[in-house]
Design a binder for this molecule. Structure first.
Ligand code: ADP
Ligand code: MG
Length: 387
């Protein structure tokens, strides 16, 4: 039985390529639930796969060409084979499917010679919900499905997507995005110990609601600021005589903190406490204690605000507004920071009207309404159609 969404995409595929798709795969976006800048410090992070998706439909083509089309791109990219270079300009999005296809060789997986590919999506791109990982994983499953090879297991799928993004798109992302996309499950969060990486699932009550308030602001110096934080964390670890900051417990840091400059001490305090908060959140979720989880989310934000200094006035104000609402368990900036979005964990009783009112109060200061998205946990990347 094919779902309505698959039938709809199959029809779009026929209109684009004049043939039916052989495979359709679907991959979810994700939200960083808690664990801010813990990944490259050897710590853990909790992610959640969300009910917004990228779909990729494919079929072999006898011309041996690589054809990529998307509902978000004005025209098709049609290649006789590997161009050997990276796209720039309006075709830059094609680096994602092309990079996945190239990665098949690096991972010793069969690489189909020619295929037609169509991308559709209800996941906003560039909003911090990881449309890039969803595009990579849906592409990997759909294109791999054209070969009669054994299925790719989720750990390899996540590694392949990340490899494609690091090597062929040129974005030095960690494993959160692809790991959550590959391991997510409705009613669960994904716990990623970034050192392995090792993946596991933590139950997440279906009565819990997730809201994203996207400020639509992005710091102009964002890449430089990420690199600066990364370097400060490395320097702090060297001064403390550990390989990675997540090697330390909060008590150990307290004893050793005198070795650090005040800036390095603030960065280390954030990372070490945030790592502890991730583990406390897992314990609270196992006890179904959403009030405690919410307090940890807000504490995470205050730590980003005061110690890691990757928040902004707009993010802080959103958290202030959300924190004082009785139906909100907690709220925090999600993702790299320096702009972007706030995540709120709420009760059932928090309504779209409540979210709009918070947006309105925010706009009084920011002069811009945040984009509000109501989300639930969802299942991982998977094949949803075989023609
Ligand atoms: P995020 O992953 O947070 O959405 P990124 O900048 O990492 O932001 O990835 C966004 C990029 O992924 C887009 O600029 C585009 O190149 C590509 N992309 C995402 N969704 C689609 C889509 N439906 N069609 C074509 N390209 C897409
Ligand atoms: Mg991305």
């Amino acid at each position: 039985m094919h779902t309505a969404e698959a039938i709809d995409i199959a029809e779009q595929f026929r209109q684009t390529y004049g043939q039916s798709p052989a495979i359709i795969a679907r991959a979810p976006g994700r939200v960083e639930f808690i664990g801010n800048h813990t990944d490259y410090n050897g710590g853990a992070v909790l992610g959640v796969a969300i009910n917004r998706f990228v779909w990729v439909a494919t079929a072999p083509n006898s011309a041996g060409r690589l054809r990529f089309a998307s509902d978000q791109a004005t025209h098709m990219v049609d290649l006789p084979g590997d161009p050997g270079t990276r796209f720039t300009g309006p075709e830059v999005w094609a680096n994602y499917p092309l990079g996945v296809w190239r990665s098949f060789l690096d991972f010793n997986l069969p690489q189909p010679a020619g295929f037609d590919l169509l991308v559709t999506s209800d996941l906003p791109a560039g909003a911090g919900l990881s449309s890039s990982a969803a595009l990579e994983l849906a592409t990997a499953l759909a294109v791999h499905g054209l070969s009669n090879a054994a299925a790719i297991e989720p750990g390899q799928l996540a590694a392949l997507g990340r490899h494609a993004e690091n090597k062929y798109v040129g974005v030095p992302c960690g494993i959160l995005d692809q790991g959550t996309c590959a391991f997510g499950r409705a009613g669960h969060l994904v716990h990623i110990d970034c050192r392995g990486p090792a993946f596991s699932r933590v139950p997440f009550p279906s009565s819990a609601h997730l809201w994203i308030f996207h400020t639509r602001e992005k710091h102009a110096l964002i890449d430089g600021l990420y690199a600066e934080r990364h370097r400060e964390c490395e320097e702090a670890a060297v001064s403390l005589g550990v390989r990675l900051l997540a090697d330390l417990t909060p008590a150990q840091l307290l004893v050793a903190e005198g070795k650090l400059s005040s800036t390095h001490a603030r960065r280390a305090r954030h990372v070490v406490a945030e790592q502890a908060r991730v583990q406390e959140a897992v314990a609270a979720l196992q006890q179904d204690n959403l009030a405690a989880v919410g307090r940890l989310l807000t504490a995470s934000h205050r730590s980003s605000q005061n110690f890691f200094e990757n928040s902004t006035a707009a993010l802080d104000r959103l958290v202030d507004l959300l924190e004082s609402h009785p139906a909100v368990f907690g709220a925090r900036l999600t993702g790299g920071g320096f702009g972007g979005a706030v995540l709120a964990l709420t009760r059932d009783s928090f309504t779209a009207g409540d979210a709009a009112e918070i947006g309105r109060l925010q706009a009084e200061h920011q002069h811009r309404l945040p984009e509000v998205i109501h989300l639930h946990s969802a299942d991982c990347a998977q094949v949803i159609w075989r023609g």
